[in-house]
Design a protein around this ligand. Structure first.
Ligand code: ACM
Ligand code: ZN
Length: 511
């Protein structure tokens, strides 16, 4: 007898979910009775029939398992890849490890959103290739397809740009950073609960061109696009340690390293200085050479303008360009960079601040992180919704719901804090389309969770903060479940937590 498992998505009513424990939920799944079985621990390729059907939506697939074998139909390689990821989750190996079985199912699936991202901040702390590869593996398991790589910050610059040797030498080195995030005894012998600073310099840490290309290729094999982020013109204190002449007032740069504490620095790039423009073009040339991504993220958030108000070069640029407010200087730079990258066939993306005034090209993608343009007041998503109303494509990552570097609200959390609290249950309420008009909705590309690393030092810390919340993000972006049942989701997440731990990936308790 047929057992309809996930019809709730279409019907809008939560029903029985059986034992498939798929995460993210497919759009529809039907258990058809019986199992496919074989000796061994994997499904032999001979048992899988893979075909293409152009009528299936991008990244979507049909997966049918019968006692005779497995059929995968997809329009593209990504769809076939995701069908296999679903198959992996269905696969059961018996206790002795010599028999593999898969329940007979009929699954039809496709993603709700085409941008399903994870941001990793390597500007504050540097994780290195091995951790990044592990992260990409787990992202692929849960059908994420964008790795937003935050590679530059006040506290660290992670690219070795030819012709700019001071970046790798100085900007990748932080005089000191907060004490290790975890208080777990097995990670460290003393009490790390304090956010006091270590006294040791941190770095130099950076990726070579070969490292970056290796990660791009590794991600591509997993159908993940790497979107690099080069912060400009703010969050640039590391650059200014390397090249103080790019600051409006070089005498403000008293240390020739990256920034020390974190926060918002008034020392930003001097937009009036032609050398700044040359520097950025040189960096972006390199970035385009390494990263095939059609989208290049240029940051743009939290840029104080106090220096620009007094700087003769910035004032001269404003006069020459007919700009009246210092904020327009940032827009001028954003437009310049957008045009420069457009000539190379790339599209800019930036934090929602870049959309202010609606005068950057409509090809720009805004990443909505503030809950509104005057952060702190109002309802979620205002900045994203207003950007979309103005015709910009938007990726949603409102910090209150997607910054998984925030604490998880666990009774026992061995990690020091950043910012607010975001328990799993709250994370699961994130809806990228909330607050958007029907017309604006077509501009929502998807969403991201963001792993800011000021208090994350290593693979262990990172995974603890990321999971299980990234299960919620995976499901929100792939399945967009209409009637969410947190209890039901939690029961699947608990199964997947065990799976992660078996794979050597840390995961916080669900509580
Ligand atoms: C941000 O959190 N400043 C993008
Ligand atoms: Zn200046």
């Amino acid at each position: 007898m047929k057992n309809i498992l996930f019809a709730f998505l279409a019907a809008g009513a939560a029903t029985a979910f059986g034992t498939l424990n798929l995460l993210p939920l497919p759009q529809s799944a039907e258990e058809t009775g019986g199992t496919w079985t074989s000796s061994g621990t994997t499904i032999p390729e001979a048992a899988i029939r893979e075909t293409r059907d152009a009528a299936i939506p991008a990244e979507g697939y049909r997966l049918t398992v019968t006692s005779d074998g497995v059929s995968i139909v997809a329009a593209d390689d990504a769809g076939a890849f995701y069908a296999r990821k679903t198959l992996d989750q269905l696969l059961q190996i018996d206790a002795k490890g010599n028999k593999v079985s898969v329940p007979c199912v009929k699954i039809t699936d496709q993603p709700a959103y085409r941008w399903r991202g994870v941001l990793l901040d390597e500007g504050r702390h540097f994780f290195g290739k091995e951790t990044v590869r592990r992260l990409l593996d787990r992202m692929a398991d849960y059908k994420f397809n964008v790795f937003h790589w935050h590679l530059t910050e006040d506290q660290g610059w992670r690219l070795d740009v030819p012709g700019l040797p001071e970046l790798a030498k100085r900007a990748s080195l932080r005089p000191r950073s907060p004490a290790l995030g975890s208080t777990l005894k097995k990670v460290a012998p003393h009490d790390y609960r304090s956010s006091a600073h270590n006294t040791m310099p941190y770095g130099p840490f950076f990726y070579t061109a070969a490292d970056l290309k290796e990660i791009v290729a590794y991600a591509a094999e997993r159908h993940i696009q790497v979107v690099p982020e080069i912060e400009l013109p703010g969050h640039s204190r590391a650059v200014l340690g390397a090249y103080p002449n790019l600051c409006c007032f070089p005498e403000q740069i008293t240390s020739r390293m990256a920034g020390d504490d974190w926060g918002i620095f008034k020392e930003v790039l001097c937009v009036g200085n032609d050398d700044t423009i040359k520097f950025l073009e040189q960096v972006l040339d390199y970035v385009c050479e390494i990263f095939p991504s059609p989208v290049i993220h240029i940051g743009g958030d939290e840029c104080p303008r106090v220096n620009w108000e007094k700087c003769p070069k910035c004032q001269a640029r404003m006069k020459a360009e007919g700009l009246t407010k210092p904020g327009e200087l940032q827009t001028w730079l954003t437009r310049h960079v957008a045009d420069y990258l457009a000539k190379k066939g790339r599209r800019i993306m930036g934090w929602d601040e870049i959309l202010a005034g609606g005068v950057v090209p409509k090809t720009a993608i805004g990443q909505s992180w503030r809950i509104n343009a005057k952060e702190g007041a109002g309802t979620d998503h205002v900045s994203g919704a207003s950007g979309a109303e103005n015709g910009y494509d938007i990726v949603m990552s409102p910090h209150t719901l997607t910054y998984y570097s925030y604490l998880q609200g666990l009774a026992e959390d061995p990690f020091v804090r950043t910012g607010g609290s975001l328990p799993l249950k709250k994370a699961y309420t994130f809806d990228p389309a909330a607050g958007f008009s029907d017309a604006a909705r077509k501009h929502i590309l998807g969403g991201q969770c963001c792993m800011w690393s000021e208090y994350l030092w290593n693979d262990y810390d990172l995974a603890w903060r990321m999971w299980p919340r990234a299960f919620a993000m995976a499901e929100i972006l792939w399945s967009a479940p209409k009637n969410r049942d947190f209890t039901e989701f939690s029961s699947r997440a608990a199964v997947h937590r065990k799976r992660l731990i078996k794979l050597g990936c840390n995961c916080a308790p669900l509580e």
